[in-house]
Design a protein around this ligand. Sequence first.
Ligand SMILES: [Zn+2]
Length: 169
Amino acid sequence: MRVLALLALVVTVLLVGCSTPKTTPTTEMIHGDFQEYMKRFQVAHYRTTGKKINTAGIVVKPRNIKPNEHNQVLRYKSQAIGYCIPSSILPVVYIDISTWNRLDDLLREELVFHELGHCLLDRDHCDEHDKFLPLSMMRSGLVPMKYYLLNRELYLYELFVEPACEDKL
Ligand SMILES: [Zn+2]
């Protein structure tokens, strides 16, 4: 009887193991995720400025980004995680896919908003601080989540309306 129970357990484990395929991220999945944050960007822009902005036409390409492959690369914990090649015809955002898959919602939002800041708003990096507080999400590293969470509206205003670095926008 014990052998039968054990056999049943083994079969169950094997069946469960087989029925849960490992999900390998595909370009389509990542693009789908990205679209969600681009919609959020449109909403945030409209709520902050009262003007509509079009994110259609932005191409997103997952990639393993090398540390210095672009001069405006965005970093997170010293890892290069994204950059944008602006173009009036076909702007392209490159996202480091292994990092993207590990980021939680708010940091993904920040990453997307930052890259769209380059692609759509023509912003460059702005690393101004007020003591420890970064003044812009257009800095060269992601704003730490605790600051972003507490000051999101200020960062959106800085992004869309009043850049902390004067010569930008
Ligand atoms: Zn950047």
